[in-house]
Design a protein around this ligand. Structure first.
Ligand code: GDP
Ligand code: IMO
Ligand code: MG
Length: 425
């Protein structure tokens, strides 16, 4: 059985957590493959709301196993907090035995977070707008071959390895930024959290996942962030530090490209971005504010207001191409209810020309969106459960998007709850 991949096609926060939860019942294993606690995946059901940062979104189903894959970077402190919160809410994952962690996943140290913060501070107005979770510095140590991995926590010399890396970080902080903030409390919390992580199965996840495939079991790889934040193809340098695209699922889980099945691409009916960087369709006006208010567009991880704008088709087409998307999910259609007119960016005006792709220098040269006006719909969508309840104008919007994107929209999400999801085809 092949591995399906679900990933974001915009700048993150498309509703991945909700949709993975909806789909989880049909899978034997849900596996996160990249990113770390910079992610915030929200799930709502039975009047309860959960935000998951590192833990895969399949944990609420009894027959679904969950894996934090080797491509993920793990902050033990955040992971412990997530686990504790879940336990308090009646979901003790240690007892349920439904979470495994890859030995080869890298560890985020307290000093990685200090480096992240210091680097952002030094960049001033040009900062990336990082979540400050230590993501960039941890992936730097991974590719620089200095990193510590989850498997190391069981080694007798783990503390020595830890200290060696911390010494390197403190001397970097001192020489580059002139200060090292006190991290003794976080260090104590780090080692406390490590003790908890030791109680989970630490696995060679590449063997595990390939075993599932061989046994004909169904695996869903859960992406974090979105295609436009990909380290290679996103709006560099305003990106995250991992491959958020489908290729990341191969390296982040140890599966071959030939083992990928469906690639499920998820997008909002409009668009948001949190942090710095280009956003051609951004609305810095009352309409943008309204989208933010109605859509509750505030970061699930940092609480920062998300920037809002209209759907960007050149960016979406690019994301679909990079990922080989076979099925689409559109979320937050309900948020657009009541907008008399909505707009879709079909092209950019760029250096006196009209283009239909994201230009290389989008971070330094303006790409002005060419917008197509579309009639909006007024109906409240949040209670609809049948396809014949979909307003005609929303159906026309979906038809238009399918014609532009050349991929079927298979799911339509009309609210944050698990139940507010329609299967279209
Ligand atoms: P993720 O990072 O892709 O998992 O998305 P986030 O959880 O960061 O942000 C998506 C937000 O939209 C969350 O608050 C979800 O509960 C919410 N959400 C998801 N789908 C829908 C939808 O169809 N309609 C509305 N109104 N909210 C949704
Ligand atoms: P989910 O999985 C939205 C953004 C940050 C910043 C940039 C780099 O919830 O969709 P980093 O902390 O990775 O160094 O930040 O990437 N970013 C996200 N934006 N959703 C996310 O995750 C994000 N993870 C990182 O805001 O602009
Ligand atoms: Mg999110």
């Amino acid at each position: 059985m092949a591995v399906d991949v679900l990933l974001g096609l915009q700048w993150g926060d498309e509703g991945k957590g909700k949709i993975v939860d909806v789909l989880s019942k049909g899978y034997d294993l849900i596996a996160r493959f990249q990113g770390g606690p910079n992610a915030g995946h929200t799930l709502e059901f039975e009047g309860k709301k959960f935000v998951l940062n590192t833990i895969p979104s399949g944990i609420f189903f009894d027959n679904t196993m969950n894996l934090i894959g080797n491509g993920v970077v793990i902050d033990p402190i955040t992971l412990k907090k997530e686990l504790d919160k879940l336990k308090d809410a009646g979901h003790d994952l240690l007892a349920k035995k439904n979470l495994m962690i890859a030995k080869k996943a890298h560890l985020i140290l307290p000093t990685h977070q200090l480096l992240d913060a210091a680097s952002e501070k030094k960049m001033g107005d040009g900062k990336i707008g990082s979540t400050l979770k230590g993501i960039g510095p941890t992936y730097m140590d991974k590719t620089g071959r200095n990193g510590l991995r989850i498997g190391d926590i069981t080694l007798v010399d783990f503390k020595d390895k830890y200290q060696k890396l911390v010494d390197k970080h403190t001397s970097m902080l001192q020489s580059l930024y002139g200060e090292v903030a006190d991290f003794s409390e976080r260090e104590a919390a780090f080692f406390e959290a490590i003790e908890l992580l030791k109680q989970f199965p630490l696995v060679d996840s590449e063997h595990l996942v390939n075993g599932y495939i061989k046994d004909g079991k169904k695996v869903l790889a859960e992406g974090a962030q979105g295609a436009m934040l990909d380290i290679d193809f996103g709006s560099y340098p305003f990106v995250t530090s991992s491959n958020t695209t489908a290729a990341g699922a191969c390296t982040g889980l140890g599966i071959a490209p030939s083992k990928i099945g469906d690639v499920i691409g998820i997008f909002k009916a409009y668009c948001t971005r949190v942090g710095g960087g280009p956003f051609p369709t951004e609305l810095n006006d009352a309409t943008g504010e309204e989208l933010r208010k109605i859509g509750h567009e505030f970061g699930a991880t940092t609480g920062r207001p998300r920037r809002t704008g209209w759907i960007d088709l050149p960016a979406l087409k690019y994301a679909i191409m990079l990922n080989g998307v076979t099925q689409l999910v559109m979320t937050k259609a309900d948020v657009l209810s009541g907008f008399d007119k909505i707009y879709a960016c079909t092209h950019y005006n760029y250096q006196g020309e009209q283009i239909d792709y994201m230009p290389y220098d989008i971070c330094s040269v303006e790409a002005e969106p060419v917008l197509k006006e579309i009639d909006g719909w007024n109906e409240d969508l949040t209670g609809i459960t049948e396809l014949n309840e979909i307003p005609e104008r929303l159906q026309s919007y979906i038809d238009f998007l399918e014609a532009e994107l050349q991929v079927p929209v298979k799911w339509l999400s009309v609210g944050p709850d698990r139940k507010q999801t329609l299967v279209l085809q």
